[in-house]
Design a protein around this ligand. Structure first.
Ligand code: RP5
Length: 178
């Protein structure tokens, strides 16, 4: 696959191959939640990059990231934010790649509900696929499912993952029978 190299201004910490998933977050304080998405992608063998894009503190960077994402070879974006979480919605405005939003419980007062609503309530035509509060791991699973539509290896990885979930339940059932 030929891809445009990332702009030098976009710090990229990625897995070995050209990144297919872009994980972005609004603040360094979101990293403790969003690192779960990176971990899942690493386990599935999905290439990714992870970086900060603050819609309020680095708005021009947001525009650049959204506008260049597809031509850099990314296929899905996972965007996490807390409070007034404008990152997923504004990224979705600048790209036609699927954007998965992760609302983050980063404020003590509203506990992430503010972020959930800002991601769910997108206008017609510009969706953000929103997962649970702090649901970064599920965002990575969903991103992998999207990629697996045209990737047999990932489809197989997901089948095995589902089997492992089932096996875990069955093992517990067996333990409880003893
Ligand atoms: C949002 O504000 C970020 O996504 C973060 O969840 C929240 C708080 O950011 P910091 O003040 O910790 O940088 O933009």
């Amino acid at each position: 696959m030929t891809t445009t190299p990332p702009p030098a201004s976009l710090a990229v910490h990625d897995s070995v191959d050209t990144p297919l998933v872009g994980i972005v977050m609004g603040s360094q304080s979101d990293l403790k939640i969003m690192s779960a998405a990176a971990e899942v992608l690493r386990q599935f063998g999905v290439s990714y990059e992870i970086t900060l894009v603050s819609p309020h503190r680095t708005p021009h960077r947001l525009v650049e990231y959204g506008e260049t994402a597809r031509k850099r070879g990314l296929r899905v974006l996972i965007a996490g934010g807390g409070g007034a979480a404008h990152l997923p919605g504004m990224l979705a405005a600048f790209t036609t790649l699927p954007v998965i939003g992760v609302p983050i419980n980063s404020t003590t007062s509203i506990r992430g509900l503010d972020s959930v609503l800002s991601m769910l309530q997108m206008p017609a035509g510009v969706p953000v696929a929103t997962v649970a509060i702090d649901g970064a791991a599920n965002a990575a699973v969903l991103a992998t499912q999207m990629l697996a539509l045209s990737n047999a290896r990932l489809a197989d990885v997901l089948e095995k993952y589902r089997t492992s979930l089932k096996d875990k339940v069955m093992r517990t059932i067996e333990e409880l029978r003893k």
